[in-house]
Design a protein around this ligand. Sequence first.
Ligand SMILES: C[S@@+](CC[C@H](N)C(=O)[O-])C[C@H]1O[C@@H](n2cnc3c(N)ncnc32)[C@H](O)[C@@H]1O
Length: 231
Amino acid sequence: MALFDRKAEESEIVSGRDAATRALSVTAVENDFVEGVYDKLAKVYDLIFGPTLHPGRLQAIERMNVQPGERVLEVGVGTGINLSLYPDTCSVTGIDFSSSMLEKARERAARKEHRHVRLLQMDAADLKFADGSFDIVYAPYLISVVPDPVKVAQEMRRVCRPGGRIIFLNHFLSANPILSRIERLISPFTIHIGFKSDLDLPAFLAQSGLQPISIEKVNVPKIWSLVTSVK
Ligand SMILES: C[S@@+](CC[C@H](N)C(=O)[O-])C[C@H]1O[C@@H](n2cnc3c(N)ncnc32)[C@H](O)[C@@H]1O
């Protein structure tokens, strides 16, 4: 039966029923594929995804309210487009598995003399940090591109200290039945430009065991979400 043949499935998406077990997206990806996509995107990333997605980045930094001395981990740091936004009184660790994206981030950090920043090549699903290493663990525009979002969220939670903040900035599947239909249809195509358009937020939260303290709509149009939780 086709995915949208049953009316019930639409109401399940909206209501969050079944969230603990249902698939997070219709699109499956592997790390190799994603790495290939971002190696190609690295040269044009800031141009395409810079200004359009920037209001969300600014709102996230405001929400984070980073305090002097805090340790921030940015997961999927990409070209380092967020690096100038963090106060230089905190320490920032940015990780990414794409060497092309990281190269851009390294150039940017050197150019702007960001001495409070370190950049490391790493898989978000296998973070090489001890438990509780960070005060803030932040994934801007990452979680809808990884093969296993729940594993990544669990890793983010593990490396966050008790009482620390875990923050996602991302596009998620719309609660509107017509939009969600479109997002599911186009998801196998949008992955070629770096994201799945149909990541199911209630299912992601239920399966990751995260309980958000706030979910704010950001960017224009407001189809991206800033999801903040505390460990
Ligand atoms: C959409 S970009 C986000 C870049 C930046 N955070 C921003 O605000 O624009 C997603 C980044 O996540 C990285 N990425 C995707 N999957 C990853 C994984 N499993 N581990 C580490 N980085 C990953 C990609 O290489 C890419 O640089």
